[in-house]
Design a protein around this ligand. Structure first.
Ligand SMILES: [Zn+2]
Length: 380
């Protein structure tokens, strides 16, 4: 068997053995600590009357006041240290330990581009950003807030016709979706209606507030409200995992590349080194590069060009599966239902696309070297 199912937590990770235990522990730590401080609860209550310029000023001053954050904060070092130790001990027990590779043949890693559209101004910038991506051969997922601003149904249909995906980004983005079970329950059916109306399969919670137990009840195919590490979020922390995982019947797709808002507004950076460095790290571990950007924040020529630079950088990568979140989710289900036999034969729905990954090779870095492949998938 490739994965073992933990009946107590309803979680299934990319790895078994002790590596799985590390993944599980980091996930559970994040789930337990993903709560808002009193200061943030008050902030969300007052947020509707705080003008956007003041909000951005507050976010900037919070960013610069967090002086104890290391410069490579976007790398989940604490998680990877634990993971390596577990991997080493799994390899000691069985030097031939093998899992189904996280990604379909012939790819070594995966990259997915997503956007959360925060405001009506953002809606008006969608087409320009989508055209930029298309000029580089990419498609992406656009998450809209269903009950906050006007969304033309023509825009949704047009994006889909051009090969993009559309998802649902919360209810009205007021920061209060998880403030009580009562609030969540009141909004649950309208959110499910929006998922149906957009003909979407994915959900991402606003401000990546997260409670997967509740999100499960939305019955979306996948959720994308977790992240591997991000000290700059109101609910900071992170699940550690740089691969998808399953919570009951839902696929979780954590974001792993820092958000544009954090880099370019809160931290006032003017280059893309955090993205390219993290991409290297993700390649090393056969991980998933999941990026969240916002048309709302890529609204200056400088920031628009930074995103363009990253697309150019991505285009130069040779062994990446560029995929929409819905494609990754569908793949992950197939992978999850497939098994490795005693003779290292792969059986199950992954079919010919399944490939093996020896843990010993992962430990020593199989994904670092470029294999010559043509990037495929529906998005390239
Ligand atoms: Zn948002």
């Amino acid at each position: 068997m490739n994965n073992s199912f933990d009946s107590e937590t309803d979680l299934q990770f990319a790895f078994g053995g002790q590596a799985q235990q590390v993944l599980e522990r980091h996930f559970l730590d994040d789930a337990a600590s993903a709560k808002l401080s009193a200061k943030f609860r008050l902030y969300y209550l007052l947020r509707p009357i705080i003008p956007i310029w003041l909000r951005q000023k507050l976010q900037k001053s919070r960013g610069s006041s967090m002086t104890d954050v290391p410069s490579d904060w976007y790398v989940p070092n604490a998680f990877i240290d634990d993971f390596v130790e577990a991997l080493r001990s799994d390899c000691q027990q069985n030097s031939d330990a093998t899992i189904l590779h996280p990604w379909p043949k012939p790819h070594q890693m995966c990259v997915s581009l997503t956007h959360d559209v925060e405001t009506r101004e953002g809606v008006l910038l969608v087409d320009r950003l989508a055209k930029l991506e298309e000029s580089y051969g990419f498609r992406s997922c656009w998450n809209f807030i269903p009950y906050k601003y006007k969304i033309e149904s023509e825009l949704i249909e047009d994006l889909k016709a051009r090969g993009h995906e559309v998802g649902v980004h919360g209810y009205n983005h007021d920061g209060r979706l998880f403030s009580s079970r009562r609030v969540f329950e009141k909004r649950r059916t309208p959110i499910m209606d929006a998922i149906k109306k957009f003909d979407a399969v994915g959900f991402r919670a606003p401000m990546v507030h997260r409670n997967l137990e509740w999100i499960l009840t939305l019955k979306s195919d996948y959720d994308a409200s977790c992240f591997d590490v991000d000290p700059y979020q109101a609910m900071s922390g992170g699940v550690g995992s740089i691969w998808p995982f399953m919570k009951q019947n839902m696929v979780e797709l954590p974001y792993t590349l820092p958000q544009d808002h954090t880099l370019f507004i809160a931290l006032a950076q003017n280059d893309i080194s955090a993205w390219t460095q993290k991409l290297k790290f993700l390649r090393r571990w056969c991980g998933m590069g999941m990026l969240v950007t916002h048309p709302d924040y890529l609204d200056t020529e400088e920031r628009f060009d930074l995103y363009r630079q990253f697309l150019e950088h991505l285009q130069e990568q040779s062994d990446v599966w560029f995929a929409l979140p819905k494609e990754i989710s569908a793949w992950w289900r197939r992978r999850n239902d497939s098994t490795i036999g005693n003779n290292l034969d792969v059986s199950g729905p992954v079919g010919d696309q399944g490939q093996l990954l020896k843990l010993n090779e992962l430990l020593h870095g199989p994904c670092q070297h470029d294999t010559v492949t043509v990037a495929g998938g529906a998005t390239r």
